[in-house]
Design a protein around this ligand. Sequence first.
Ligand code: G6P
Length: 740
Amino acid sequence: MKQIFAAVFVIIIIISLIVAAFTLTQVQQEDQGLKKGLEQRSILLAESLKETVQPNFINKSDQQLQNLVDKFEDKQRLAGMAIYDNKGGTIATSSSLITQVLKTKKIAEDAMDADTANGDFVELNNGKMYLLAIPLHDEKSVVGALMIAQDAGYIDTRLNEIWRSNLLGLFIQASLISITILFIIRWLIIEPMRNLVKFLKSTRAEDLEENSPSLLTNFFFRPLVKEISSIRRKLIKARFAATEEAKLGLEKLNSTWTEQRLKVFIKDVLKDRTIFMVSNREPYIHTKKGRNINYYIPASGMVTAIEPIMEACGGMWIAQGSGDADKLTVDEEDKLRVPPDEPKYTLKRVWLSEKEKAGYYYGFSNEGLWPLCHIAYTRPTFRKEDWEEYKNVNGKFAQNILNEIKDYERPIVLIQDFQLALVPKMIKNSRPDASVGIFWHIPWPNSESFSVCPWKKEIIDGMLGADLVGFQTQQHCNNFIETVSREIESLLDFEQLTITRNGHTSCIKPFPISIAFPNRFKNKDDKFNSMKFLKSLNIKTKYIGVGVDRLDYTKGILERLKAIEIFLKRYPAYVGNFTFIQIAAPSRSKIKEYQRFTEAVEKEVERVNNLFRKNGWKPIILFKRHHTQEEISRFYKLANVCLVTSLHDGMNLVAKEFVAARNDEKGVLILSQFTGSSRELKDALIINPYNGEQTADAIKVALELSPLEQTKRMKKLREVIKNYNVYRWSAEILKTITNL
Ligand code: G6P
């Protein structure tokens, strides 16, 4: 719309300039015409007066002359008269000119000197005048001059009138033209465009057979509409073929899973039962930027994995609203359709007060459970007030879920992660017909470690309300079962891997989570030019390493930086030839431990850089800000080596994303043995992040690996992710939960 207003504005400026130029010419012509007329009339009048004045002048009858002058004063446009002798002295003058005769005498003198009529327009006290002087003669020579003053004010009045009427005309024209242009643009372009976009959206949203908006459009868009309609027909055919193919492969879980196949699976196997996904972190966060509202996708492995599933399945995702513009983008039920650019499912936001966030999110979840579950040697902190908020907020989420599922039969409720451990039981108690699953994205520690939690029994009890409790690895399942057997009374079936408590049975199973594969930015990436990108970053080294993490003490970032120092000391040939780029997304920054950790990382980067920096080169570049998935994908593509050195990690999807991004089948992954993904990605170089020398050597091996060997490894890694992508992950969970 801004551009349209700008175009209208430019048109108005052009019209104004034209009107101004036209008016100027008209005014000039009119000015000339009026002046000429006045001059001619003045000469005629002066000549006729001369007939009377000249004899009196020669006879030196001054009184007669004054009487004559007085007689003609103020007659019609004749504002006055004056008679001069040939020395410039005033003989007679009209009263209106008395004070000004000296000023105007020059005109009379010039007329006498040239012996011809002389006139000029002059601004006098009583307005603009035309003064004309003609010489008076006796038989031999010029003896004086007669000057008449004619009122010329009407000329300016007339010219002003022309300006006024033309400007009024311009204003009316400009308004009419603007309205007409806006109307035409709306009628010819905006409306048909809207129609077209609606039509395309319905096509993309698979509303192909029914409910498609009709495509009424004007002749401008006819060729475009023809093309789009033909693409639409082809899409219908392709979708049909893909659906049929997906149906054939449904029973074979091993064959490749795609978004389309998951959709068919949900339709056929779940018989359209609606899925309600629940998590603390939301997939889209809206923020204010000046007067605009933007959104971003948060750095969260959970979001990375779950979002593509929701796009495939539709349904509803219930999560905490955390952006400063989140409230501005929801409807009266706190819902909105997402992804914002291509809506496919509903996001329902749950609002928490600052007190609730402090206790439930920062406190119990991230200062209690997070360090408790990760063996990263950061002590968990347990506070009674935090626990109370945790219970309260879990209840709030449960209430929201119950409201949403009240009209659905046998809904499927999938709860994500450690922030909502108590929710499964709360749902199951009220809605026994719902299929409830909880997936624990982070590690479950051994029973001894877990036993330090003061509310361990309540947490396990809450989780066991679910029909299915999923973990990333078999080891985490074993740890959980051991914890349950140690902490509460229940019946364990080690063969079926089920736990029965108070008459309700939960199945405990590993589902190693994954990502959407192939990479979702494939098409855009084809145009990616790594040389250009490196140049834009001012990086000139031959070898590039990359690390992508939230700024979290479990990610082993300090250990990684130390390993880079050891690497450069051990293998000095790489000094000046290797750059390590650390992408670090700020995270949970209200927590002291995270603030301390961020400072420590910044200091360590500085320290290592100071040891080696030379000629404008430094070994480590730290980008401490949020990056989009597309931006991160570019860094993955240019790296020779990606370092994932978590001290403990449920899965770590960065490792999988790096592999997914490398459709050139190059690059090497260095992966911590303490990540869930190291169980699957065996062709990575597996290291112990606490062993700096080992990591340093792995960097050297990675950089010197032959292209052939790189491809061999990368192919196998990609095969693992292709066979077990997130669509298969969710199909397996859904199949398991519906079969229970
Ligand atoms: C881990 C957790 C997620 C969490 C993410 C980001 O991956 O498993 O549940 O969303 O960290 O943390 P945040 O606290 O920012 O959501």
